[in-house]
Design a protein around this ligand. Structure first.
Ligand SMILES: [Zn+2]
Length: 121
């Protein structure tokens, strides 16, 4: 059985309990890593300035404590392999439905597709 890395688990633990439950369930069968849970002020400003996030501090669901958003990537990580992100994302959405957790996938954002991003509605 796959196990999230200690770093992934630590990041996941800054998230809402529904997201923790969901991603831990998915990680039982899917190799993945959590690259972002809660994002503090300095980190959000850095992400905004570098273009990784379009949200200013306070506008992102990552800025809540616990975080209402989580960024998850498939392993091995290959940013050009959109298919691997689609596959993992579909599994996460399926599992969320099963657990009756209402989430939105960043893939479905109209302005900027954000494949690793999942947030509570
Ligand atoms: Zn995100």
């Amino acid at each position: 059985m796959f196990k999230l890395s200690t770093l992934s688990q630590a990041k996941l633990n800054t998230c809402h309990s529904d997201l923790i439950l969901l991603i831990n369930e998915v990680a039982k069968t899917e190799k993945c890593a959590v690259i972002c849970g809660h994002r503090g002020k300095a980190e959000q400003e850095k992400a905004y300035n570098s273009g990784t996030s379009r949200a200013k501090w306070g506008q992102s669901k990552h800025n809540q404590m616990p975080s209402l958003a989580v960024d998850v990537v498939p392993l091995p990580l290959d940013w050009d392999n959109i298919e691997s992100f689609e596959k993992l994302g579909n599994i996460i959405m399926e599992k969320a439905k099963e657990l009756k957790i209402n989430i939105k996938w960043g893939r479905d954002f109209t302005k900027l597709k954000d494949y690793p991003h999942f947030e509570l509605v």
